[in-house]
Ligand binder design. Structure first.
Ligand SMILES: [Fe+2]
Length: 244
């Protein structure tokens, strides 16, 4: 069960902070029915986030735990190192910050803020199957050597953060970095942007763009495709293949 000291504190947010949340929420939500993957659309209402007010991590963590056994962890308001990040993931904890972007960064925030985390990521963690697949990244990461760890982090990046997903004959936004950013979503769906079938070797060796938008996006066939990616990578690299 979640304990309060594993969560970020909830600061005294200003009214401007709440307005930033409400503005982002309204703008992104408008686009979700057309652009978001089914898994997002099914999971998001279960979070019961308040469209007007910033979320309380304790409440959301408990809600999530009841749904999928995941809880929230403390991302310590900056990028955790990959070791700390995947240690959380291995224990079914999703790290969140309590930082909300400033009004001038509505389109794109280089540092992930809580809007990115709650709006972009958490809907997926209401789904037990997604949660099970996501969790396998943790032990696999720790089984890897230095090169493999970097590559596993990139596979996480190009699936859960910036993946597109094919649904029927349409492409949908799957990655949280797309769902939570109007700018990055526009970029991912722009006619001139390369969108490629998921290529494990290519994704694993491609530097991920943390402080700018991506030049290329990879397409997932469905949720199970992520499990297949992880299995194939583990198999090819001689790492323990997750039984998931
Ligand atoms: Fe993220």
């Amino acid at each position: 069960m979640t304990t309060i000291d594993t969560l970020p504190t909830m600061p005294n947010y200003t009214e401007e902070d709440h307005t930033t949340w409400a503005t982002l929420y309204a703008r992104q939500m408008e686009r979700m029915p057309a652009f978001a993957s089914r898994l997002f659309l099914e999971g998001f209402p279960k979070l019961q986030l308040d469209p007007q007010r910033l979320p309380d991590p304790q409440v959301v963590s408990e809600r999530l735990h009841a749904l999928s056994g995941w809880t929230l962890g403390d991302a310590e308001n900056e990028y955790l190192g990959p070791d700390e990040w995947f240690a959380h993931i291995a224990e079914r904890r999703f790290p969140v910050t309590n930082y909300i972007r400033k009004p001038q960064d509505l389109e794109f925030t280089p540092l992930p803020d809580l809007f990115h985390e709650y709006f972009g990521h958490l809907a997926f963690f209401t789904n037990r199957r997604f949660g099970d697949i996501a969790q396998t990244f943790g032990p696999l990461y720790f089984a890897g050597d230095e090169r493999q760890r970097l590559e596993i982090a990139r596979l996480w990046w190009f699936t859960t953060e910036f993946g597109l997903m094919r649904e029927d004959d349409q492409l949908k936004a799957f990655g949280a970095g797309l769902l939570s950013s109007i700018g990055e979503m526009d970029k991912a769906f722009a006619p001139e942007t390369p969108r490629l079938p998921f290529d494990i070797r290519r994704a694993a060796t491609m530097p991920s763009a943390v402080y700018e938008m991506h030049q290329v996006y990879f397409i997932l066939d469905d949720l199970e495709h992520i499990a297949r990616i992880i299995h194939a990578y583990a198999h090819d690299e001689g790492l323990p293949v997750p039984d998931c």
